[in-house]
Write a protein that binds this ligand. Structure first.
Ligand SMILES: O=C(O)C1=C[C@@H](OP(=O)(O)O)[C@@H](O)[C@H](O)C1
Ligand SMILES: C=C(OP(=O)(O)O)C(=O)O
Length: 474
């Protein structure tokens, strides 16, 4: 099945529904520009890569300021089930409110005869079959009902070609891996146009395969390429030898994986809605610890906000975004940073000139069919939005309040929050879905918008240290 065949689990064509439903979250509409410092928790993508590498390493690793959200806690629980010890330890220094570090001790041999809950986490459902293949025994992987429509075919077929004994459900979860404690490895060709995570999965575990792994992509362009570079760089951090010099081909030599001691950068894609608030309200948002160099796709927010009308400054203290009150549309290929689409689409719906978002056909296979979901929900609030073959076109329109459905998609919920900054009466369904990658989004959002609020841990903390914190500059 192609990603285009997927549709959201709730039917976006069934609008208009009720205006609000008990339990919906009223997105706040501030009466003045935001002026805040927002400390974001660690990157989901980095945390889950380092957890996997630490589980496959030869010795104990330390992950500093890891993200603790549904996706990373599921990854940690899955690795624990495979025999990895993951313990909380206090971070160095006396930083109030800082999240504990994770000490990760790999077992001599990963064990099987376990069932793993992948939730709705692409990183867990795609990365772990490649790890489970190294376990001794059977590992059954399943997830949320919506996870069962996210594509897995190329990763399971590739593992089979590399010598792994497994069963899938027609290219989807549930998947059963019969681990034999070792994997032959070798060369494989796959079509990764539906997700870069297929490639990352094989590379992350590939150093531990007897022959290493050579992965060649054949198909339409691979999306989210910075995430593959992130995989390559985290492998190199752990001493693995990776050759990515040929386009669409990656080679990981068989080797030990070294223990790691790493600090996790703040999650820049999760920072997106917060820095977007500066543009929407004509205010200022500062994000400490925004890295000067990063493989995170979310770093593209800097260019996006600049094009859409903000003043964007990055220095050694972090990122500062200031809006002027003007918000322009954008013409952008988001293939490399597809996870930003809901954030950019929400901004576009508030803009004074048209927007075209291209290159993101594959996000029909993300947490939900994001193109259908955004078309339905933005449209229901009055936006002039059209779904195209590989993206969205959004023309200026006057929006009104109403119910914004979220389809179990954290980034749909944060898109609703962005709209609410300008449009009174936006009621966001199931805002708790944001806990997939960000603990306490509603609290953090409210504190960003409130006067003089300071959460514990924001003063004197290392940028990525606290769970999440906001300091209002007012
Ligand atoms: O490897 C990763 O950490 C991710 C890769 C990307 O997936 P796709 O390639 O499926 O877009 C991205 O959208 C997702 O949020 C995280
Ligand atoms: C696509 C996303 O997540 P996942 O890692 O589950 O693919 C996302 O966070 O936007």
């Amino acid at each position: 099945m192609s990603p285009a065949d997927h549709s959201p689990t709730a039917d976006p064509t069934s609008h208009p529904g009720p205006t609000t439903v008990p339990g919906d979250w009223s997105a706040p509409t501030p009466d003045r520009p935001v002026d805040a410092t927002v400390v974001l928790p660690g990157s989901k993508s980095l945390t889950n890569r380092y957890l996997v590498l630490a589980a496959l390493a030869g010795d104990r690793s330390r992950l500093r300021a890891p993200l603790r959200s549904r996706d990373t806690l599921l990854m940690a629980d899955a690795l624990r089930a495979l025999g990895v010890r993951i313990e909380d330890v206090a971070p160095d220094g006396d930083v109030a409110g800082a999240v504990p570090d994770w000490l990760v001790t790999p077992p001599a041999q990963l064990r099987g005869d376990v069932t793993i809950d992948c939730g709705l986490a692409g990183t867990v459902m795609r990365f772990l079959p490649a790890v489970a293949a190294l376990a001794q025994g059977t590992v059954r992987l399943d997830g949320d009902p919506q996870a069962r429509v996210r594509p897995m075919g190329p990763v399971v077929d590739s593992l089979r070609a590399l010598g792994v004994d497994l069963e899938d459900s027609g290219g989807y979860l549930p998947v059963t891996v019969r681990g034999r404690g070792a994997v032959r490895g070798g060369a494989v060709t796959l079509d990764a146009s539906a997700s870069s995570q297929f490639i990352s999965a094989l590379l992350l575990a590939g150093a531990r395969y007897d022959e290493g792994v050579t992965v060649h992509h054949d198909g339409r362009p691979v999306p989210s390429q910075p995430h593959i570079l992130m995989t390559v760089e985290t492998l190199r951090d752990a001493g693995a030898l990776v050759d990515d010099s040929e386009p669409d081909t990656w080679r990981v030599e068989p080797s030990e994986i070294n223990a790691l001691d790493v600090s996790i950068e703040p999650d820049l894609s999760n920072a997106g809605p917060f820095v977007a608030a500066a543009l929407v309200t004509g205010g200022t948002v500062h994000v400490p610890g925004w890295p000067q160099y990063t493989t995170q796709a979310g770093d593209l927010m800097r260019e996006i906000l600049d094009t859409m009308g903000a003043d964007v400054r990055l220095d050694r203290h972090g990122l500062t975004v200031t809006g002027s009150g003007e918000l322009f549309g954008i013409d952008i290929d988001l293939r490399d940073a597809a996870e930003l689409t809901p954030t950019v689409a929400a901004l576009a719906a508030l803009a004074s000139t048209p927007t075209s978002i291209r290159g993101v056909a594959h996000i029909r296979g993300h947490e939900t069919d994001r193109l259908a979901a955004l078309t339905a929900e933005l449209g229901a609030l009055g936006s002039a939005v059209t779904e195209t073959e590989d993206g969205l076109r959004i023309a200026p329109a006057t929006l009104h309040g109403g119910r914004f459905r979220t389809y179990h998609d954290h980034r749909m919920a944060t898109a609703g929050a962005i709209l609410g900054l300008r449009v009174p009466g936006v009621a966001v369904e199931d805002v708790e879905t944001t806990s997939k990658t960000l603990p306490d989004f509603p609290g953090l959002w409210a504190r960003m918008l409130s006067d003089g609020a300071t959460t514990a841990g924001s003063s004197g903390a290392t940028p990525a240290g606290p769970a999440a914190a906001v300091e209002s500059a007012r």
